[in-house]
Design a protein around this ligand. Sequence first.
Ligand code: SF4
Length: 187
Amino acid sequence: MTEPVYRVNEIFYSLQGEGFYTGTPAVFLRFSGCNRLCPFCDTDHHAFREMTAAEIAAEVSSFPSRHLVATGGEPLLQLDSYLLRALKARGFYVQVETNGSRPVPPEVDWVTCSPKEGPWDIGRIDELKVVYQNSPDHLLRLAELLPATHHFAQPLSGGNVPETIRFCLDHPRWRLSLQTHKLIDIR
Ligand code: SF4
């Protein structure tokens, strides 16, 4: 069997800035490419280098943390059981940040879904994380369509913090998530 090759945009080490694992030292594995074309996308995920599962596992293991965040782009276009098993063999707990468009392989430990345009086909969500755009109905509808264990509302970049706090106070299933990495100026 030919060994699969993955298109990796970057690998870096930082703190998880958002959501349930905020503040957790984590290795970020950013895949190149996405299946959505969100007009507000501010992530440069197009450049890539091709890497095998063994090469990825070796590079992410050079950092002290064994919490890995697979992100993109859309990581589930590429992250498969083969690579996940290589990461698991190195002791990694794998968190995925996905737009909800692809089924999650069973080896993933934690699913963070920030749903963009549907259709969605994900199966399992631990954490639903949505930017609050001053429309309570939008978040409540997403929570109905995409059942999750934890719910996070995130203010728009540079605005509407009071409105997002108000939403959480009125809908206490939702917790406030700030982009703390931007507040403290780290990656
Ligand atoms: S789903 Fe995420 S990575 Fe993909 S285009 Fe939209 S914002 Fe960018």
